[in-house]
Ligand binder design. Sequence first.
Ligand code: HEM
Length: 150
Amino acid sequence: MEILREILLTLHLLGMAIIVGGYFTVIRSPKVLAGMLHASYLQLLTGLALLTLAEMGDGQVDHVKIGLKLVIAILVTVFAFLGRRQEKEATEQLTPGLPGTTAGPAGPARPAGPATQTIAPASVTNPSARLAHLTFSFAVLNVLIAVFLR
Ligand code: HEM
């Protein structure tokens, strides 16, 4: 049982690292990455599994702390989910009909060549920037609760 708890805790910590680390990889131009959403699912799954193990053990479980963590983790997942949706919608608007997108009929073919090249600005505000900040901040809040409310 102890080895299972350790494996779950490892996955739980890796999930936290993916959310927080993922945010830092795009800190110059924040957006919600797909990995951040998947890691938020992982946090819910591993957190609930850890809770189940804790309930089965002899020790006391702090239900206020776990309840807080659960609510915050659900918010993290909702923020990441909405952020990914905003990113996908923006990509579809920019590239209608491109394979891999679910947009309608293809728009007019773009002429090839240097005339179509765009110059990327130094920093871009992505559609999901605000949700990325929220995803990151609430994940950090859950770390603080996990560490300080013992
Ligand atoms: C974004 C979401 C989450 C983050 C960032 C997070 C973060 C953490 C961290 C850093 C620890 C390690 C604390 C330590 O060992 O000192 C931890 C432990 C734990 N977390 Fe979470 N957590 C999240 C979601 C959840 C959820 C949703 C649950 C359950 C409903 C949960 C239940 C637990 C439990 C039971 C432990 C203790 C594991 C043990 O020591 O046996 N967590 N969490």
